[in-house]
Design a protein around this ligand. Structure first.
Ligand code: AMP
Length: 219
């Protein structure tokens, strides 16, 4: 099964996606994480996409699609994956359907749409800090969920980092970009697949509701 985490930045796609990934034994793939790694490593791809990301714009579809299709052919995602931040446009959604058909996969795509009011999103994002250890990736919030020791991850002890694009100006741009595409994406999944929309106010309850939905959709 491919679980598609839809939602504006800061709605909890990463946090919830990682919990679902553990509970369902499916790899968590975040296009944002892949791109940030490429930028840190200063690869050719990293240099090509850096400007889009720091300005809160979408990376062009052909670049994203090629990156994801390559990743989805790896062995550890043979049985599906949790896709966090992909697809973000209708073209990417169509490409994912084609990829599944072409590779003779019978997997279902199920979309989970997370909706949170914008002002709450901005508060979440400007205070967000993430563990720099890629394998951990724990997310904290200096206002609502601070780490026990400032700048240090409670889970693995690595340093915490603030994302360069997590500032109010870029967040507002990223929100506008998200809303430009979200309507047609949601419509696409309503028409072609299954979609569950939720305001994840309480994290544990949201995960419970999503897992219940996924069980129902699979039975
Ligand atoms: P995220 O970590 O999901 O917030 O993504 C960070 C940034 O990476 C976004 O603001 C975009 O610039 C870029 N990005 C991530 N996923 C995609 C995608 N599916 N399509 C286009 N750009 C993307």
């Amino acid at each position: 099964m491919y679980i598609i985490m839809l939602g504006a930045p800061g709605t909890g796609k990463g946090t919830i996606g990682k919990i679902l990934s553990e509970n369902m034994n499916l790899m968590h793939i975040s296009t944002g994480d892949i791109f940030r790694e490429q930028i840190n490593k200063k690869t050719e791809l990293g240099q090509k996409i850096e400007g889009y990301i720091s300005n809160g714009l979408l990376v062009p579809d052909d670049v994203v699609i090629e990156t994801v299709n390559t990743r989805l052919l790896e062995e550890d995602v043979e049985n599906g994956a949790i896709l966090d931040g992909y697809p973000r446009t209708e073209k990417q959604a169509k490409s994912l359907e084609e990829f599944i058909l072409k590779n003779n996969k019978t997997d279902k795509c199920v979309a989970i749409e997370l909706s949170v009011p914008d002002e709450e999103i901005i508060k979440r994002i400007v205070n967000r800090v993430t563990c720099s250890n890629k394998k951990c990736g724990a997310i904290f919030n200096t206002a609502t969920k601070p780490p026990k020791k400032e700048g240090i991850c409670d889970v693995c002890g690595s340093t915490l980092k603030r994302r360069d694009d997590d500032n109010e100006e870029t967040v507002r741009k990223r929100l506008a970009v998200y809303y430009e595409n979200s309507k047609e994406l949601v419509e696409f999944y309503k028409k072609n697949n299954a979609i569950y929309s939720i305001y994840p106010k309480d994290l544990d309850k949201a995960v419970e509701d999503i897992e219940q939905y996924l069980k129902n959709v699979n039975s």
